[in-house]
Structures are given as structure tokens and as C-alpha cells.
Write a protein that binds this ligand. Structure first.
Ligand code: UFG
Length: 329
């Protein structure tokens, strides 16, 4: 039986495809390649297709014996989602509806869903627990929550079992150095810092140093992309063994401030990485740190790359080898 990975040419999707191939799983990738990179798909069968195109998706389900889906395909930029929520509702929410309808039509009853800490919004408490209030502060998080809820109702009505994984801040790159993080535009802290170390930008902008945190900068829970990939595979195992649907956070349970991240990157790269304090970025919560107790208990998940230094080292290896990302190869 094959696993369908939607968005398998993206950052986290491609690392999950690599991890599945390492475990000899049969992998089918669907990606419209708007954000994804063909070169990031290290194996399996790639369909350049959009979830909203029923004809293309019929072909995918007809030509393969799919028993489980890992669903990454989505737009994921918080800022863009505030400017253009229509794009996010169309691609993320309607795209997921189309996928679930096709799963129903072809009798596929297992889905692992790529969700986000952005479903919580401003947290009530830190570390964040899965049953805490979900009140997204941006359209991106709102669409991910709508997708989670849609999947839950498809479980109730049609028996589609799910594991929704709410990631905190994905970081790092594959140990082989062959795949890594390449977004256009890039908005994430660690790749932007490494662009400074590569001489591609003069400094890193530090968005606000007056937050109610120990050093005044925002605190985030960074998690290695390979550890995220492992959690998806464990989630598929759970569903294949007849396990119940569930929602799990994925993080390390430890926050690092923006200043701390820059300091560790200076150590890893040996570059001074100048930082310039600027205004706060709209919608940034002061601290987002996960409790991952449930993922450990329910999935048997045990992240291997807990050290932020190790995460930045793997990212640095990728960025040095691919200074212009995939396009520059
Ligand atoms: N930051 C800077 N300067 C930059 C870029 C980021 O200071 O140039 C700061 C941000 O203000 C934030 C922290 O670095 O405090 C991390 O920012 P990222 O953009 O790397 O990540 P976010 O925490 O904003 O976003 C991540 C995911 C989103 C998800 C969100 C909430 O990328 O998809 O977590 O879960 F929605």
C-alpha cells in the first residue's frame, strides 16, 4: 500500500518523503509546485497536480493503491494571509475539502494533517497543551483550524481517522545535505540569519525587543524537521494499527529567544551577524512553547535533535552548499 504525500515537494513534506523512503514505504507525491521544488523530492512518484483539480486527483487515486494520506499542501505565510485571506481559504480550506471528498470516494480512511501552533493564537499558558483555547490571530491559523475541524467532522460522519500535528517552529535540514529550507519569499528567522552569514544581506532585523520575556525578544520552540518527519511516520503507524484520531503538539518544550537564536548562529557560523532592532511584527505572540507530552505518550515520539545548535548546524550545511536554494543548483 502507498502513502500519498500532498505538498511533498515543500520543506517539511520533502523531509517526510525522504524519511518514508528510508523506511521502504511506497510514496506518491502530489504537489502543484507553486512553492515546492521538484528537486526536493528524492524518490517515489511525483504528480504535478492541484488538490482542487478533480480530474488530476482521480488519476492519482486510480493509478495507485493508497491507504493513507499525509497532507502538507497549503499556503503558510502569516503576513500574506492577512493581505490575501481569499487565497488561504481557497487553497487551504477548499483544497482540503476536495482532498477529503476524494479520500471518501476512493475509500481511503487515514490522514495525518500538518497543522500549526498558529491555531492557538495568543496562548493562555506556556507550555501550550492541546486542549488549550484555540483563537487564531491571523487568517493562516484560522484556515488551519478550519481544516482540522473539517477533518474531525469527516471522522464523525464518514470514519476518516486522523492525526493532526500542530508544529511549532520547524528548523534544520536533512543529514544528507541534499534537501533543506528554501522559501520565496523567505520570512523565517533562521534562514534569514544564515543569509547574513553568507553575505547575502547586511544584517538581521530583530522585530521588537520590548516583549515581556527575559531579554525582551520573542521566544519560540524550535524543532528539527527530521523529528517532525518522524512524528508523521509514527502517526501513520498509529492509524494503520487502528488507533484513534488525535491532535498532538510537536515541539521540544523549550523556548529560545530571537537574541539567543542569533547568538547560537554566530557560534555555528563564526560570522558576527549584525542585528538591528526594529518595530514589532504584527501578530507575533511573545512566547510559543509546546507541551509535547501527548505526542510522546500517544505516538511514542522521541525527538533526536533537541539541541538548537545542532539544528542550526544542519541548516548551515544546507545553506552553504545551496546558497541560492534549489534554483541555484
Ligand atoms: N523574526 C525576527 N526577524 C526576522 C524574522 C523573524 O526578529 O527577520 C522573529 C519573529 O518576530 C518571531 C521569531 O523571529 O518572533 C520567529 O519568526 P519566524 O517567522 O521564523 O516564525 P514564526 O514563529 O513567526 O512562525 C512559525 C511558522 C508559522 C506559524 C507560526 C506559529 O513559520 O507557519 O510559527 O506557529 F504560523
Amino acid at each position: 500500500m502507498a502513502i500519498l504525500v500532498t505538498g511533498g515537494a515543500g520543506y517539511i513534506g520533502s523531509h517526510t518523503v525522504a524519511a518514508l523512503l528510508e523506511r521502504n514505504e511506497e510514496v506518491i507525491v502530489v504537489d502543484n509546485l507553486q512553492q515546492g521544488h521538484r528537486e526536493a523530492v528524492l524518490g517515489g512518484k511525483l504528480y504535478e497536480a492541484d488538490l482542487r483539480d478533480a480530474e488530476q486527483m482521480d488519476k492519482v487515486f486510480r493509478e495507485n493503491e493508497i491507504d493513507a494520506v499525509i497532507h502538507f499542501a497549503a499556503n503558510s505565510l502569516v503576513g500574506e494571509s492577512m493581505q490575501n485571506p481569499a487565497k488561504y481559504y481557497h487553497n487551504n480550506v477548499y483544497g482540503t475539502l476536495c482532498l477529503l471528498e476524494k479520500m471518501n470516494q476512493y475509500g481511503v480512511t487515514k490522514i495525518v494533517f500538518s497543522s500549526t501552533a498558529a491555531t492557538y493564537g495568543e496562548p493562555e499558558q506556556v507550555p501550550i497543551m492541546e486542549d488549550d483555547r484555540t483563537r487564531p490571530t491571523n487568517a493562516y491559523g484560522e484556515t488551519k483550524l478550519a481544516m482540522e475541524n473539517m477533518i474531525r467532522w469527516f471522522d464523525t460522519a464518514y470514519g476518516i481517522k486522523y492525526v493532526s500535528l500542530r508544529y511549532f517552529n520547524a528548523a534544520g535540514a536533512h543529514h544528507s545535505g541534499r534537501i533543506g529550507e528554501d522559501h520565496t519569499p523567505e520570512t523565517h528567522l533562521i534562514p534569514l540569519i544564515l543569509q547574513v552569514a553568507l553575505g547575502q544581506r547586511s544584517h538581521i532585523s530583530l522585530f521588537g525587543d520590548d516583549y515581556p520575556t527575559p531579554d525582551g525578544t520573542c521566544s519560540r520552540d524550535y524543532i528539527h524537521v527530521t523529528d517532525l518527519a518522524d512524528a508523521h511516520i509514527l502517526a501513520v503507524h498509529r492509524l494503520r494499527q487502528g488507533g484513534d484520531s488525535c491532535v498532538c503538539n510537536l515541539g521540544n518544550g523549550q523556548g529560545f529567544s530571537v537574541k539567543e537564536v542569533i547568538e547560537i548562529a554566530r557560534k555555528v557560523t563564526g560570522h558576527p551577524i549584525p542585528a538591528v532592532v526594529e518595530a514589532r511584527r504584527a501578530g507575533d505572540p511573545a512566547a510559543l512553547v509546546a507541551s509535547s507530552a501527548r505526542a510522546r505518550a500517544e505516538l511514542g515520539w522521541n525527538p533526536q535533535y533537541g539541541s538548537l545548535e545542532r539544528m542550526i548546524e544542519t541548516a548551515w550545511a544546507w545553506h552553504q552548499a545551496h546558497p541560492r536554494g534549489y534554483g541555484g543548483q
